[in-house]
Design a protein around this ligand. Structure first.
Ligand code: NAP
Ligand code: MG
Length: 402
């Protein structure tokens, strides 16, 4: 069988530990035999990031802007322990943070649903995609522990020197205060990324905040979304037969629990943090969660939602067998290949991505899976495979389909 030809390279960002091992297996078993794979390779493994003073991360983000589609392996975010372990020159920043900042992107996460691993919420027939605003609010706050009686004020000094001043609270004893912010620019990017992704995936978009209480702060989010929608997206949404609607966060939570799924739920930073953990744990496993970073200009970076699975890697290094789930990493590749196929008009590449996803899911549905899924499946008498065994089983299903 002739291999599928590609036109534009994918930006390939290799990573660390167990996911780096899976990365190579996926390429060798599931991609290279079938595709004339064109990638521009960036090694984001911690050793090479350290060697290049993290320049490789910046270069990979620039390449993503140039080519439009990237696929990323999980990477280590250094902490004190990693400084010693890898003898690092500096505590390099999280690559995901660097890439997100360079692309000004929003992260969309969705569970991969499969028969036999049912969500706890029985009516969730289709995945719920969470879009989390990744800038500001409580994640970039200033806090003071108020020692005793006194007056707390909110002061803004304009570039022209003019002051706006308001009283937060007249304290008669100890307490706490917090200052948070956001920018119209960041909220606008977030809104556009959400509208574009909804059009791209033909799903309704929900957005919710607490604007009844936060009449200026949250209301600003609501107004920016509505304004952009009315001006730039209303017609496109109507043509695509999808809907945008805004509601209060309490109402959204109540509706989500009753919904069938199959929509995008856009959340402010904190709501997105909390709600994405709720949706993913209700769906079983972090290893069954896709993640894609979308920039307002329409650049895409696909990855798995989980980390480098360090514990399994140490077992692997000791020569022990691992049963690490590669599904989310496989879906990062299929997401990127499908998008590349769509942008370059290569229907065979898009069809291959669909088939590889189907082969992966049908392998699990036939009772062959890694240990994490075997522990939570409703299926009886399943076969638990090791890391490599699962990828080989997917290859078999794929070959039958092709
Ligand atoms: P993790 O790699 O997500 O793993 C945490 C635990 O979740 C694992 O020990 C494992 O549980 C389970 N798990 C996660 N993915 C799995 C998979 N594919 N198959 C089977 N089980 C899986 O998180 P972490 O151990 O906290 O972080 C390790 C490193 O990853 C850190 O250095 C962190 O900086 C990095 N990280 C990177 C990203 C990213 O690049 N996007 C995201 C998060 C974390 P059991 O051990 O019980 O089997
Ligand atoms: Mg969280």
């Amino acid at each position: 069988m002739a291999k599928i030809e590609m036109k534009t390279p994918l930006v390939e960002m290799d990573g660390d530990e167990m996911t780096r091992i899976l990365w190579k297996m996926i390429k060798d078993e599931l991609l290279l035999p079938f595709i004339d794979l064109k990638t521009e390779y960036y090694d984001l493994g911690l050793e090479y990031r350290n060697e290049t003073n993290d320049q490789v991360t910046i270069d990979s983000a620039e390449a993503t802007k140039k080519y439009g589609v990237a696929v990323k392996c999980a990477t280590i975010t250094p902490n004190a322990a990693r400084m010693t372990e890898y003898n690092l020159k500096e505590m390099w920043k999280s690559p995901n943070g660097t890439i997100r900042a360079a692309l000004d992107g929003t992260v969309f996460r969705a569970p991969i649903q499969v028969k036999g691993i049912e969500p706890c919420v029985k009516n969730w027939e289709k995945p719920i995609t969470l879009a989390r605003h990744a800038y500001g609010d409580v994640y970039k706050n200033t806090e003071i522990k108020v020692p005793g009686a006194g007056k707390a004020e909110l002061v803004f000094t304009g570039a022209d020197g003019k002051e706006i001043r308001q009283t937060i609270q007249e304290f008669d004893g100890p307490g706490i205060i917090q200052g948070i912010h956001n920018t119209d620019k960041s909220i606008t990017s977030f809104a556009k990324a959400c509208f574009n992704y909804a059009l791209d995936t033909k799903q309704d978009l929900w957005f919710a905040t607490k604007d009844t209480i936060s009449k200026i702060y949250d209301h600003n989010f609501k107004d920016i979304f509505q304004d952009i929608y009315d001006k730039e997206y209303k017609d496109k949404f109507e043509a695509a037969g999808i809907e945008y609607f805004y509601t209060l966060i309490d109402d959204a939570v109540a509706r989500v629990m009753k919904a069938k799924g199959g929509f995008i739920w856009a959340c402010k930073n904190y709501d997105g943090d909390v709600m994405s953990d709720m949706v993913s744990s209700a769906c079983g496993s972090l290893a069954m969660m896709t993640s894609v970073l979308v920039s307002p200009s329409g650049v895409y970076e696909y990855e798995a939602a989980h980390g480098t699975v360090q514990r399994h890697y140490y077992k692997h290094l000791k020569g022990e067998e691992t049963s690490t789930n590669s599904v989310a990493t496989i879906f990062a590749w299929t997401g990127a290949l499908r998008k590349r196929g769509e942008l370059d008009n290569i229907p065979e590449l898009m069809a291959f991505a669909d088939k590889l996803e189907k082969a992966t899911l049908s392998t699990i549905e036939s009772g062959k899976m890694t240990k994490d899924l075997a522990l939570i499946t409703s299926m009886k008498d399943v076969t638990v495979l090791n890391s490599e065994g699962f990828i080989k089983a997917v290859r078999e299903s794929l070959e039958t389909m092709l």
